[in-house]
Design a binder for this molecule. Structure first.
Ligand code: LER
Ligand code: MN
Length: 276
């Protein structure tokens, strides 16, 4: 596995669970100094994560990019796949496609989280799921042509009326023709929704394509009450070999949340003791 840490470049996302904010180069510099393998970037537009901007920073600081989030389309424009307005659904799809292309150019995956669909008057859950499926068929195939899986993230009940648990998500993804959409398992959402987080991880196994590392209160791992070892053991045993990415609140401050995330990653994922 490899370590990653999040940076948001979207002013409208303020208050959200991102460790670094606003300044991409400062995030690269801090994550590199602390010893992370990669950054996960939440850009406002595909252009903000263009290779001409991001590649030189990857080279200068020796970091990879794990993933790009697409939620900027929701927080900045209120676009999503479940809108009754076909023009908004088309905008949502074009935005995510742009991020899929920018991500692939960086060797990274794109994440469909809040763009998946919000409740709308007159739109049934079945209809919203059908539109989500259409979008994932299209975007999963686009990502496949570019050599990357697409990530789909089940969210907790307060953020999504579609799929809240890993098991439901795997079942839904199994109905798609594309086999290129993988599950993003986020410890914060799982803590709210799963009967057992370790069992959900074991049952999902190889379908997990990305992992958000957060404690029960969405602070850095170790700052809440999660029994972390049970979860990281399940992840190891499921054969997961991707990024473990700190998507947490910047508390008490960005640098401390990042440093704590890396300490926890080294202890629980790499099995290192304090003096190594
Ligand atoms: C995005 O990865 C996520 O987990 C959402 O809850 C952010 O609001
Ligand atoms: Mn997440």
């Amino acid at each position: 596995m490899k370590s990653a840490i999040t940076v948001s470049l979207v002013p409208e996302a303020r208050g959200g669970p991102f460790v670094y904010w606003d300044d991409l180069e400062a995030a690269f510099a801090s994550a590199s100094r602390l010893g992370f393998d990669a950054l996960e970037i939440f850009p406002a537009t595909p252009e903000a994560a263009a290779p001409a901007i991001v590649r030189p920073l990857m080279e200068k600081y020796g970091l990879a990019v794990a993933a790009l989030g697409t939620g900027g389309g929701w927080v900045a424009h209120k676009w999503h796949f479940g809108s009754p307005d076909p023009a908004i659904r088309a905008q949502a799809r074009a935005f995510v496609r742009g991020i899929v292309e920018a991500a692939a150019a960086l060797g990274a995956k794109a994440i469909v989280g809040s763009m998946q669909g919000k409740p709308e008057p007159g739109v049934s859950r079945d209809q919203a799921i059908a539109w989500l499926a259409e979008a994932l068929e299209d975007l999963g195939a686009v990502a496949e042509d570019l050599g990357q899986p697409l990530l789909y993230e089940p969210l907790n009940r307060y953020e999504s009326h579609l799929f809240n648990r890993l098991g439901q998500t795997v079942e839904f993804l199994g109905t798609l023709r594309t086999k290129n959409v993988k599950v993003l398992a986020d410890m914060f959402h799982m803590n709210i929704e799963e009967v057992s987080v370790p069992l959900a991880i074991r049952a999902t196994g190889r379908a997990i394509g990305h992992f958000h590392f957060a404690d029960s209160n969405r602070h850095a791992i170790g700052f809440g009450h999660t029994d972390v070892a049970l979860i990281t053991d399940a992840l190891q045993e499921s054969g997961y070999d991707g990024y473990v990415s700190g998507e947490v609140l910047p508390l008490p401050d960005s640098e401390s949340a990042a440093a704590q995330t890396l300490r926890a990653y080294r202890r629980y994922v790499l099995g290192m003791t304090n003096d190594e």
